[in-house]
Design a protein around this ligand. Structure first.
Ligand code: BGC
Length: 732
């Protein structure tokens, strides 16, 4: 009987509304299934383990696959276990399945730089296919914490600083993952915007600012992607831990947003049973917490209080509902080989469209294939491209080209690796310029590198910045003396091109001396080829920055990170001690994250949000702005260059009803042949015109004249216009 109901569940995209006529909704099926569970089974679904034999005495459950997490199923009712793996950038290996490689996508910031929902979706579907073929049915993906600080050590996993861009692209990635019948999370809910002290710092932010920034990114990602699960964060938010915040988990997520899925904790983020009553549905990686709170303590609570018993039913229904909705019951994972060629093509596509051309003096790029002598310097470019450390790190089949331990003690050391994907930029450059004399210098001695540059027609310096989970970077400099290396090479040869493989923004004290600069982020499994393609013009760069590059840390809301240097190893192993909480004051910038802060303060960044050059040029015209309930903006985009290329025209609000503030309202990414012109139309999500009204508990649009501009970045007011907007109220 049960399996009939389940077979009806969720064909195709596995969504509840895809059920055929007469079929029971995922909610109804989940309720019926939950009604058949014994108390042991009910409790069993609400907690899992970290499926890695890292801690003494831990016995791997026989059905577990080494990976991030495992939650036992209920075989008698055909409910499969949850086999959970990280993450947004590919199927991570985190040391548990040595040799079982996967395809690394470029970093989240690279995906965000494409400003292309289809690219995000394709990347999500690719990692989900690989996850399924390794036996997993849950991806701990969907990282959408906003880049409030360019030094946050996990920015590279996320989608940048703007709630609309980050929300849309994360939602699409989730949609791609779940289209393959793999449940995706969205994480880390919420305000895990710094790694320093993440296990105990308290993010302080006002209600309106919270709703208009990070929470809006989550809201949009959840609406678009409908993830089966939400992962709550390590840190505290306005007092309580995120994983026991009733305000976040129950009032906002489940009540205001009507979220029907389940909330799982981050690994080692549960501090007591009170989290269940606050809205947490599942304790993940429970051996990392002080107790398996959702086992014996929850059993005792349920025996004593009917309210706790009904909470337990709700927890289970939510888990089962997502399993049914996404189709993990009807479409179990099938183990097999990954299609590396196809999957690497997806990763390469993201890298090619996510690379951002920052500077191109006198048309130095693209390089002619006839260039005679090329110096390639530094960054281990002879071997591969760097990736970020932590739970999201993906090891390629055949192993990394290079894996450098980066320190860290105890369990953290397992995750602190600068791993290089075996996609050598040097080899790719040689392949595209077979007649050139291409010489490599490791860049260890600036004087030797400069000498090679002097004897070359062009010098390409590869600069890397490793970042990893559990730590922030202390400043924006390139580590290991690379700024000095670039300056020395540029002094020797003005035709110096800097290729950055960084986790996030860096300062560029040498910018005035170099000929070109390219931000390649962590470019993934085929990053070397993607970089070479851009350098030689096989790929016309179209990436746009999803994060502001400050000129200096003094421009930031917090020039110094509180308690900088507090490396948070505790969350990766059992908590040794919980240092006292301290506040991180996000009320300084409030919802003015990134470019909005720069606009508010009138600061000029090194490179603005939305910025990126092309080998073509584009012009905008014929602006029309309509008002009413929202703002509708149309305009033309013309390729006035000589190469086909893609442009990302952006629409920003600059003031609403007399209230000056900059917000991205939308964008249009268009492929254009030389001379071709297209019309773009952007309709603003009314929430972006609104302010959060705490008293009315909803969005409020003040009536009046709204000023907008269209441009190629947050700092480019190419076309300006305005429209009359009607006053309005919107539900949360
Ligand atoms: C990270 C999560 C990850 C989990 C499981 C935690 O340390 O914060 O993003 O999904 O580990 O590996």
């Amino acid at each position: 009987m049960l399996s009939t109901a389940l077979t009806l569940a969720a064909p195709g995209a596995g969504r509840a509304q895809d059920l055929g006529p007469g079929a029971k909704s995922a909610d109804e099926q989940a309720a019926r299934l939950e009604g058949q569970l014994t108390l042991d089974e009910r409790l069993g679904l609400t907690h899992g383990v970290m499926a890695l034999p890292l801690l003494p005495g831990f016995v791997m459950p026989p059905a577990a696959i080494p990976g991030a997490g495992f939650v036992a199923g209920v075989p008698r009712l055909n409910i499969p276990p949850l086999w959970e793996t990280d993450a947004s950038l590919g199927v991570a290996w985190i040391g548990g399945r040595r040799g079982d490689g996967a395809t690394a996508l470029p970093s989240g910031l690279a995906t965000a730089s494409t400003w292309n929902p289809g690219q995000a979706r394709a990347g999500g579907a690719m990692i989900a296919r690989e996850a399924r073929s390794k036996g997993f049915n849950v991806l701990l993906a969907g990282g959408v914490d906003l880049a409030r600080d360019p030094r946050n050590g996990r920015n590279f996993e996320y989608m940048g600083e703007d709630p609309l861009l980050a929300g849309v692209l994360t939602g699409e990635a989730i949609e791609g993952i779940q289209s393959e019948h793999v449940i995706s999370t969205v994480k880390h809910f919420a305000f895990n915007d710094l790694e320093t002290g993440r296990d105990f710092h308290n993010a302080v932010i006002g209600e309106a600012a919270a709703r208009e920034s990070d929470l809006l990114a989550f809201e949009i990602a959840i609406e678009r992607g409908r993830p089966g699960a939400v992962m709550c964060a390590y840190n505290r938010v306005n007092g309580p831990w995120a994983c026991e915040s009733r305000a976040l988990l129950t009032s906002t997520l489940k009540q205001d947003w009507s979220y029907p899925g389940w909330v799982m904790s981050d690994w080692g983020a549960v501090h007591g049973l009170q989290s269940a009553l606050a809205g947490l549905d599942q304790q993940s990686g429970s051996q990392l917490d002080d107790k398996v709170w959702f086992d014996a303590p929850l059993r005792a609570a349920v025996a004593n209080d009917p309210a706790d018993a009904s909470r337990l039913s709700d927890m289970d229904r939510r888990i089962l509902r997502s399993m049914i909705q996404v189709g993990v019951i009807d479409h179990p994972p099938v183990k097999g080989a990954i299609d590396a060629v196809a999957d690497e093509a997806v990763a390469r596509g993201v890298a090619e469209r996510g690379i951002v051309l920052l500077l191109n003096r006198n048309g130095l790029l693209p390089l002619a294939r006839s260039v005679g002598r090329i110096a390639v310097i530094g960054g281990h470019a002879d071997l591969g491209v760097i990736s970020g450390g932590g739970s999201s790190q993906v090891a390629p089949a055949g192993g990394p080209a290079l894996s450098l331990p980066m320190g860290g003690e105890g369990l953290a050391a397992t995750f602190d690796l600068a791993m290089y994907q075996p996609s050598s930029p040097l080899k790719a450059i040689r392949a595209l310029a077979p007649a050139a004399k291409v010489t490599y210098d490791n860049g260890i001695y600036p004087s030797a590198a400069a000498e090679l540059a002097r004897r070359s027609d062009v010098a390409i310096v590869f600069a890397t910045q490793w970042q990893g989970e559990g730590m922030d970077v202390p400043d924006l400099s390139l580590p290991e003396g690379q700024d000095a290396l670039i300056a020395a090479v540029a002094a020797a040869n003005p035709n110096t091109i800097v290729v950055l493989e960084t986790g996030g923004p860096v300062a560029m004290p040498w910018l005035d001396q170099v000929g070109a600069a390219v931000e390649a982020w962590y470019p993934g499994a085929r990053g070397g080829e993607a970089i070479a393609g851009v350098l030689f013009g096989d790929v016309n760069p179209s990436g746009r920055l999803p994060i502001t590059f400050p000129a200096d840390v003094d421009q930031l809301p917090r020039p110094a990170i509180s308690a900088a240097g507090l490396r948070d190893d505790a969350s990766i192993g059992p908590r040794r001690e919980t240092p006292p909480a301290y506040d991180v004051d996000y009320t300084i910038e409030g919802s003015d994250v990134g470019y909005r802060w720069f606009a508010r303060k009138g600061l000029k960044p090194l490179f603005p949000f939305g910025y990126g050059l092309s080998y073509s040029r584009f012009s905008y015209g014929d602006l029309k702005v309509g008002g009413g309930k929202t703002v509708t903006v149309s305009f033309t985009v013309k390729n006035v260059g000589s190469r086909p290329g893609a442009d990302t025209a952006q629409v920003y609000l600059t003031s609403g009803a007399g209230d000056g503030q900059q917000r991205l309202l939308g964008w249009s990414k268009l492929d254009l042949r030389p001379g071709e012109e297209k019309t773009a139309t952007v309709v603003a999500d009314p929430r972006l015109l609104a302010d959060w009204d705490s008293a009315a508990h909803g969005w409020r649009i003040a009536g009046g004249v709204y000023q907008i501009f269209v441009g190629a970045s947050a700092a480019d007011r190419a076309l300006v216009g305005s429209a009359l907007v009607a006053p309005g109220q919107l539900r949360p």
